[in-house]
Design a protein around this ligand. Structure first.
Ligand code: IMP
Length: 173
């Protein structure tokens, strides 16, 4: 397996502090309203698992799956690989994304879930790469804005590798 040259972009302690802040902010906004966290597979699983441990409002968790990437380049097409397990009509939904890059995945998911008439629909993204946007879309809560670099770690992968790294690293091409 070829090793890639990786450089730390955001250390684990900064991630921990920011995720705690996000959890507190989201909990304050939802207060006693039960919220359904919808984690977008697979990249959001580390962020989601840390985030929920900093949230105090009543919450449930489900996952939804999409596919759009091969290696480091987007195919531009989003496909659903796993749907939600229950109806979301009248439910407060918070989509949990690893990164908003082109915005195509999020735009697809927001449309899909909005059609099902949730009570509210918001987005929390661990990362945002605004310079790569192909559609106009923003997260309601964002951990870090980053430059146009391909990053791995904290759930994000390069060909399925490096999701386990506790910090965020740039893959040197
Ligand atoms: P989109 O381009 O906003 O639709 O992003 C689709 C998905 O591509 C994200 O949810 C990530 O899983 C993946 N992705 C985008 N940029 C990166 C990156 O820098 N590293 C790892 N995965 C990425």
């Amino acid at each position: 397996m070829p090793a890639h040259e990786l450089e730390i972009l955001i250390p684990a302690d900064r991630i921990r502090a920011r995720v705690a802040e996000l959890g507190a902010q989201i909990s304050a906004d939802y207060k006693d309203k039960p919220v359904l966290l919808v984690g977008v597979l697979t990249g959001s699983f580390v962020f989601l698992s840390d985030l929920v441990r900093h949230m105090s409002c009543p919450l449930r968790v489900q996952f939804i799956g999409t596919k759009s990437y091969e290696g480091t380049s987007t195919t531009g097409q989003v496909q659903l690989t796993k749907d939600l397990d229950s109806v979301v009509e009248g439910v407060h939904v918070l989509i949990v994304e690893d990164i908003i890059d082109t915005g195509l995945t999020l735009s697809y998911l927001k449309k899909l879930i909005q059609q099902r008439k949730p009570a509210s629909l918001k987005v929390v993204a661990f990362l945002d790469k605004p310079s790569r946007r192909k559609v106009e879309i923003e997260g309601d809560y964002v951990g870090f804005k980053i430059e146009d670099k391909f990053v791995v770690g904290y759930g994000l992968d390069y060909n399925q590798l490096y999701r386990n790294l506790p910090d965020l690293r740039v893959v040197k091409q």
